[in-house]
Write a protein that binds this ligand. Structure first.
Ligand code: PMP
Length: 410
């Protein structure tokens, strides 16, 4: 019997809650780029969503010490008291928000925080408002939880930010959550106090709508951008706001898998119910390391910010020098989200017409050997995302190649 026949007889069928979710465009491009690399092609991958810095030594040392102290067992369900205390202090110190210990939760990455929150609150048919471009996981997590993502296009003309009018128009009696992300993956756009204010005023009028804010890139902001978060700006919304953050991006700790959040006690409790059956607790060693990250020296963040800012400036200038591309200057994160409308309708040297941003990105990969991600992966076209968390040398080379490939289009 062939394997295919066995599979057919077994009748594998995915659950309907995941059947509409495909493999992400980012992973597909990554796989193609890696395959080309293996064939010996000099591919530059500008797709990864992680800092190229190393985890700081004092954080690694704290992890080693935790192992030597024998902290290698299950911990409290949603975070050790030490880490929860460090998170409370972080929220107080950096954001001026006072959370009690039982208003703080820790999970295996901010991704799991988002999953816990949606699984704990979303019933079938509940609507979750997500401005686009968005980090793909938002809508996929909502769908896995059988909710309905309500996507609102927020293009470059509004600085990729949601406006009060659009928010008001999207709210229905079925709305459960609004998900905001500042600075944003993929656009790099961030909400200042004046950008948030009108949105918070709308939410004050709709007490059934909860707000989840993803502040993962809080520490990666440029030009003295004044980072703020809604629970700090509007205490009246604090009782229905989940403030999500993590150590992955700020402290270059993506592999340690620790994310956290502050929010209303009842929500935090419900999220712990989900977590208790999904994973029991986050890694004990990573939690000890995260205590060191949050309570240790913070000065190096400034240096890293400056390094990212130099690279942002390099990439934005390089892209805007190419006729047909249009790149807004991002306030934060380590991504550019550049318009490529001017490239649509052009024809490649092998006679293929570029119809979409996905076609444009496929062309850049094949012709320039540069891997970038099309806007379609983030719900807004025609754009493409570059992650500039790589060396300046590699970025310069990539920009030169992109410019040459664009010049070859007729
Ligand atoms: N939020 C955003 C906006 C992200 O870009 C990411 C990582 N790509 C996450 C959350 C998840 O981070 P982690 O699970 O590593 O904490």
């Amino acid at each position: 019997m062939t394997i295919n026949a066995t599979v057919k007889e077994a009748g594998f069928r995915p659950a309907s809650r995941i059947s509409s979710i495909g493999v992400s465009e980012i992973l597909k491009i990554g796989a193609r780029a890696s395959a080309m690399k293996r064939e010996g092609k000099p591919v530059i991958i500008l797709g990864a969503g992680e800092p190229d810095f190393d985890t700081p030594d004092h954080v690694k040392e704290a992890a080693s010490q935790a192992i030597r102290r024998g902290e290698t067992k299950y911990t409290a369900l949603d975070g050790t008291p030490e880490l929860k205390q460090a998170i409370r202090e972080k929220f107080q110190r950096e954001n001026g928000i006072a959370y009690e210990l039982d208003e703080v939760t820790v999970a295996t990455g901010a991704k799991q925080i988002l999953f816990n929150a949606m699984a704990a609150t979303v019933d079938p048919g509940n609507e979750v408002i997500i401005p686009t471009p968005y980090w793909t996981s938002y809508s996929d997590i909502v769908q896995i939880c059988e909710g309905k993502p309500v996507l609102i296009a927020c293009d470059a003309s509004s600085g990729f930010r949601l406006t009060a009018e659009k928010l008001e128009a999207a709210i229905t009696p079925r709305t459960r959550w609004v998900l905001l992300n500042s600075p944003s993956n993929p656009s790099g756009a961030a909400y200042g106090a004046a950008d948030y204010r009108p949105l918070l005023d709308v939410l004050l009028k709709h007490p059934h709508v909860w707000l989840l804010v993803d502040d993962m890139y809080e520490h990666i902001v440029y030009d003295d951008f004044d980072f703020v978060t809604p629970a700090q700006l509007e205490p009246r919304l604090k009782e229905r706001t989940l403030t999500v953050n993590g150590v992955s991006k700020a402290y270059a700790m993506t592999g340690w898998r620790i994310g956290y959040a502050g929010g209303p006690r009842e929500l935090i409790k419900a999220m712990a119910v989900v977590q208790s059956q999904a994973t029991s607790c986050p890694s004990s060693v990573s939690q000890a390391a995260s205590v060191a990250a949050l309570t240790g020296p913070q000065e190096f963040l400034k240096e890293r910010r400056q390094s990212f800012q130099r690279r942002r400036d390099l990439v934005v200038a390089g892209l805007n020098a190419i006729e047909g591309l249009d790149c807004r200057v991002p306030e934060g994160a380590f991504y550019t989200f550049s318009g490529c409308k001017g490239m649509l309708g052009r024809v490649t040297p092998v006679g293929k017409r570029i119809e979409t941003d996905a076609d444009f990105c496929a062309y850049l990969l094949e012709d320039a050997h540069v891997a970038v991600v099309p806007g379609t992966a983030f719900g807004l076209s025609p754009f493409f995302r570059i992650s500039y968390a790589t060396s300046e040398g590699e970025l310069k080379e990539a920009l030169t190649r992109i410019a040459a490939a664009c010049a070859r289009l007729a």
